[in-house]
Design a protein around this ligand. Structure first.
Ligand code: PXP
Length: 260
């Protein structure tokens, strides 16, 4: 679970990862599949390609409404992935039972609302310490590490540490939605100082949500962050940069069918 290329303090706590790790969220490959409720594109094939291209881990969110990733995907991903499976999920009994059965390397607990388009905010850990703490104990009993998705706020990190979460994932959504450069700078500063605080109290620090090719580097340069979790921007870009080849291949079949 630990980044081998990292700087440790005397107590063995990671102070900063030398190489930032990148996990790719493949939910939106499944979103595309669900548009036709068929078999393609298959998120399992996508995960293999992501790993071959250098991803350090694969993330998928098994939602209560199964709008994209489904139970079959999670089980096949478990069997296929060679790097690390991070199962993003709400801490509900149904999904906890599936996770305990599948045994991903990491679960990232997120708040989930049926009506939202994507995860809207971080967990209020302080408010549900008892519930989350019980879930964390169950995961730890199966050697599954736990990350809590939180807004970059000290009190949330303190609460996460108190209930023995292994790491937190800082919600970068406010930073990625900043209205202007000034606001973005301030929010970046907050992410940096909260990430450093996380390291100081001995937690692993991940970050993600809304990161894209324009805004990712400033966050990736923060030494206290171990890993970034990125989905929508990468899958969107894949659709565009892959379009040229996809059209050429179809044109070849249409214009020269059966080799004519
Ligand atoms: N981290 C968490 C906890 C998320 O809920 C999501 C969205 O599924 C991501 C990271 C990735 O966000 P995006 O798809 O905007 O890159």
């Amino acid at each position: 679970m630990r980044n081998p290329a990292s700087v440790l303090n005397a107590g063995g706590i990671i102070l900063s990862a030398i190489h930032m790790r990148l996990s790719i969220n493949i939910d939106h490959i499944a979103t595309l599949r669900q548009a036709r409720r068929g078999d393609e594109p298959d998120p399992v094939s996508a995960a293999v390609l992501c790993e071959l291209a250098g991803a350090d881990g694969i993330v998928c969110h098994l939602r209560e409404d199964r709008r994209h990733i489904n139970d079959r995907d999670v089980r096949l991903l478990r069997q296929t992935i060679k790097t690390k499976l991070d199962l993003e999920m709400a801490a509900t009994e149904e999904i906890i039972s599936i996770a305990l059965d599948v045994v991903p390397e990491l679960v990232t607990l997120v708040p989930e609302k049926r009506r939202e388009l994507t995860t809207e905010g971080g967990l209020n850990v302080a408010e549900q310490k008892q519930h989350l703490s019980k879930a964390i104990e169950r995961f730890h009993a199966k050697n599954i590490s736990v990350s809590l998705f939180v807004d970059p706020v000290k009190a949330q990190l303190d609460a996460a540490a108190e209930i023995h979460s292994d790491m937190i994932e800082l919600h970068t959504g406010e930073y990625t939605n900043a209205k202007n450069e000034n606001e973005q700078k301030k929010l970046l500063h907050t992410i940096r100082s909260i990430a450093e605080y996380g390291k100081k109290i001995g937690m692993g620090v991940n970050a993600g949500h809304g990161l894209n090719y324009q805004n990712v580097e400033a966050v990736a340069a923060i030494g206290a962050i171990d890993e970034m979790s990125i989905g929508h921007a990468v899958i969107s870009r894949a659709a565009l940069v892959g379009l040229d080849r996809a059209v050429r291949e179809m044109a070849e079949l249409v214009k020269h069918p059966l080799g004519r």
